[in-house]
Design a protein around this ligand. Structure first.
Ligand code: ARG
Length: 459
């Protein structure tokens, strides 16, 4: 097929070259954005008397018809067109004749592709943000349910101090809220119009780029035409924001996988989010969490790809930039699917309170509190730390816990110990005395939950 840009060359390209060159297989996703962009462009051209009002009306009507026909299935996107921009323009000219050829005045495909990507991304960022907020809300409700469920908190994956499951979950709520902020920051920079850059240097036509941006609902215009068509920072940024988001989900997944193991048995996933083994009848595998962890690698890959594509690219547009889209689409699809599964998986997750508590009772996780007890009675922290360390060692040798020592044994260790020591080192006390800002006490977690609910505007 002869290309629309035939002229300088005869516009006939090799079949394999066409295959390499073509982007319609993936950029057809932009059909709506491309048409929306073209409608705004025709309106701007008429507004500035570059084409007549009648011509613009004819173009707009033609474009609206194309959109309606694609959506109803009447018009199939022709995959032999080079890209979606060409397909829309060719179809328009086929339908309305010569007037269709006026649409491409004062713009270039380089502007168009950058615009379409921005418009598309803008919608998708809003959708992803909504899903992240829904996941935060789900976590908040779970945290509320388990705000007094005691479990060991870990450092180095060694039992460290008692926390509640609600507290642990709220850590993820915080991470994801930062992801929401990052998505919004990214949106600010996506919200800018490159249309009218006219390939690289601006135009001699008396256009109104601000008017056109306003019609498209974009906040501002790219103020250097060369930058406008060369800039894919927003693609990198979007992939980076999604990579951080996936990293959070991946850490969460890792914990869910550990907690579902027989070694922990802290949580039980609903059957719907697990799979069986083809050979081992006893298996209930946390595949969904594993896949989210695995797909994180793929989203990182998309970030590294676009960083690498852009590295060393001279200004302005180069065809290398066509490689920006598939990674973005893949990231969007992956992130959305992972978030959707996560929301339901967390909603249906059940904690095993008894196992969490019994794990808490075994790891000397109240040792810090025992040391603090002595400090509050006047002993310097370092001395208390040493005494308690030695006590823990003796307990492990006798295979007992700190609660099992008699008061006489405690008094032998230090005369500062009194009977109230047992209450002071009970896990409930350890948790609920942690009332410092950000602490694990039920009181502080309740405050945190209510703050996050306010941010999300939920009850
Ligand atoms: N399909 C192209 C892309 O995705 C559109 C821009 C083409 N521009 C050009 N000068 N060949 O980047």
């Amino acid at each position: 097929m002869k290309k629309m840009w035939a002229g300088r060359t005869d516009g006939v390209t090799d079949k394999l070259a066409d295959q390499l060159n073509s982007s319609i297989g993936f950029d057809q996703r932009f059909y709506k954005n491309d048409i929306e962009g073209s409608i705004a462009h025709a309106k701007m051209l008429a507004f500035k008397n570059i084409i007549t009002k009648e011509e613009a009306d004819k173009i707009v009507e033609g474009l609206q018809g194309i959109l309606a026909d694609i959506e109803s299935g009447k018009l199939e996107i022709n995959l032999s067109a080079e890209d979606i921009h060409m397909f829309v323009e060719e179809t328009l000219t086929e339908r309305i004749g010569e007037t269709g050829k006026k649409l491409h005045t004062a713009r270039s495909r380089n502007d168009q592709v950058a615009l379409d990507l921005r418009l598309y991304l803008k919608d998708e960022i809003v959708k992803i943000e909504k899903l992240v907020k829904e996941l935060v809300a789900t976590i908040v409700y779970k945290a509320e349910e388990y705000k007094d469920t005691i479990m060991p908190g870990y450092t180095h994956l060694q039992r460290a101090q008692p926390v509640t499951f609600g507290f642990h979950l709220m850590a993820y709520a915080n991470m994801l809220l930062r992801d929401v902020q990052r998505l919004n920051d990214c949106l600010d920079r996506v919200n800018t119009s490159p249309i009218g850059s006219c390939a690289l240097a601006g135009t001699t036509y008396d256009t109104d780029r601000y008017y056109e941006a306003k019609l498209l609902g974009l906040e501002s215009v790219c103020i250097n035409a060369m930058d406008g068509v060369s800039d894919r920072d927003f693609v990198i940024e979007f992939n980076a924001v999604c990579s951080i988001l996936m990293m959070h989900l991946s850490r969460f997944s890792e914990e869910i996988i550990l907690w579902s193991s027989w070694e922990f048995k802290f949580v039980e996933l609903s059957d719907e989010y697990t799979t069986g083994s083809s050979i081992m009848p006893q298996k209930k595998n946390p595949d969904m969490a594993e896949l989210v962890r695995g797909k994180t690698g793929r989203v990182y890959g998309n970030l590294i790809s676009i960083l690498t594509v852009l590295k060393g690219l001279p200004l302005a547009y180069n065809k290398d930039m066509q490689e920006d889209k598939e990674g973005v689409f893949d990231t969007i699809d992956t992130v959305k699917l992972c978030l959707e599964v996560y929301i339901s998986m967390i909603k249906t997750l059940k904690a095993n309170k008894e196992n969490m508590l019994s794990a808490g009772k075994k790891g000397f996780i109240n040792a810090t509190d025992l040391a603090d007890y002595l400090v509050k009675k006047g002993m310097p922290f370092r001395s208390a730390y040493k005494i308690v360390g030695e006590t823990v060692r003796k307990c492990t040798e006798r295979n007992i816990t700190l609660e099992n020592l008699t008061i006489d044994e405690y008094k032998e260790i230090s005369p500062l110990f009194e009977k109230d020591v047992y209450k002071e080192i009970s896990l409930e006390t350890c948790v609920n005395k942690r009332i410092s800002v950000g602490g694990t006490s039920v009181k502080m977690v309740e405050e945190h939950i209510s703050d996050v609910k306010k941010i999300l505007n939920i009850e």
